[in-house]
Design a protein around this ligand. Structure first.
Ligand SMILES: [Zn+2]
Length: 91
């Protein structure tokens, strides 16, 4: 049973009418992250260099089952919405 996929499907049923789906890819949290971060597979987490600070030590963790990210370098964390907002604020 792919709980992450089931969770994504459930999220899609919520009202995301104000969000551009093709831009955000809310049904694929990992897909969203990997547009900006090159992720390495771990046991339960994926990790990579944080896009929000000058990171060379892979402080950026992504938890696919919870669809959240957390950076142990700069402390930024959240879900798809927080990630998108932070990316947009960066540019
Ligand atoms: Zn960071």
């Amino acid at each position: 049973m792919n709980t992450a996929a089931a969770h994504s499907a459930a999220l899609l049923c919520l009202c995301y009418t104000h969000i551009n789906l093709s831009e955000l890819h809310p049904n694929d949290f990992i897909g969203l992250i990997t547009q900006y971060v090159r992720l390495q597979e771990g046991r339960k987490v994926l990790k990579g260099n944080c896009p929000f600070h000058n990171d060379t030590t892979s402080s950026f963790m992504v938890y696919p089952s919870k669809e959240i990210f957390k950076c142990f370098g700069c402390g930024r964390e959240g879900g798809a919405d927080e990630f998108t907002r932070a990316i947009q604020a960066r540019n």
